[in-house]
Design a protein around this ligand. Structure first.
Ligand code: IMP
Length: 205
């Protein structure tokens, strides 16, 4: 009887435990806080970026999720995000990581030097994969905002990537000036993760 109970408990634990595959500790920290709101525990599966070339965030996340699932056989979440600047016809979009690595925040700001329209959207594609026989589940989130005139680093509480130049709509603070909890109130990633968590907690799987 005692043993049965133990097994039941460990089953419950298994059901609530997931892996978030990323090499980015900031993304993981954000995800961990959002998922804990839904009583989900998450471990970081540190993987190298193995993204396919595509201009579609969903395709990139899906292909990475299947690839990582094949390697580890664990129920995993994979996220891919992009920054779409309206005045630059959506550039850098899904190529945001490359643009960040090459020209960085200052480079992007220089590209927008004489541009008055500062509107931009951050998009997140979250994919959950627990089998290579079932289609991975997909969830998306986005946050609209503006690109700052200059990078602000000095008050940084958290922040990575484009956080020091992105201000969500209706807010006086940049992402980099917010705590993780504040950023999670607005962010593309948190929105997509909450959609996932609601689905996950309702599904019988
Ligand atoms: P990826 O999802 O890691 O491919 O992200 C694309 C690029 O956008 C990377 O340079 C990230 O640093 C950046 N990025 C993704 N999400 C965020 C965010 O929440 N804040 C700031 N930059 C981000």
């Amino acid at each position: 009887m005692k043993k049965e109970k133990l097994n039941q408990n460990s089953f419950k634990l298994d059901r609530k435990f997931l892996f978030f595959a990323t090499h980015n500790i900031h993304k993981f920290n954000e995800a961990q806080i959002v998922l804990s709101e839904f009583n989900l525990s998450v471990g970081m599966l540190r993987v190298k970026n193995a993204e396919i070339q595509s201009d579609n965030l969903k395709e990139i996340a899906q292909s990475s999720a299947l690839e990582i699932f094949k390697q580890y056989g664990l129920p995993i979440l994979v996220e891919d995000s992009g920054l779409f600047v309206e005045a630059l016809n959506g550039f850098p979009g899904p190529y945001a990581a490359y643009v960040y690595k090459t020209i960085g925040n200052r480079g992007l700001i220089s590209l927008m030097e004489k541009i008055g329209n500062r509107k931009a959207v951050f998009k997140s594609a979250i994919v959950y994969c627990k089998s290579d026989k079932i289609n991975p589940k997909f969830f998306e989130g986005e946050v609209t905002g503006t690109i700052a005139l200059k990078e602000v680093r000095k008050q940084s509480v958290h922040g990575f990537g484009f956080d020091p130049i992105f201000r969500p709509k209706g807010n006086s603070k940049l992402f980099s000036e917010m705590t993780i909890a504040e950023k999670n109130f607005y962010s593309h990633r948190a929105i997509a993760l909450r959609k996932f968590a609601r689905w996950f907690n309702q599904s019988k799987k």
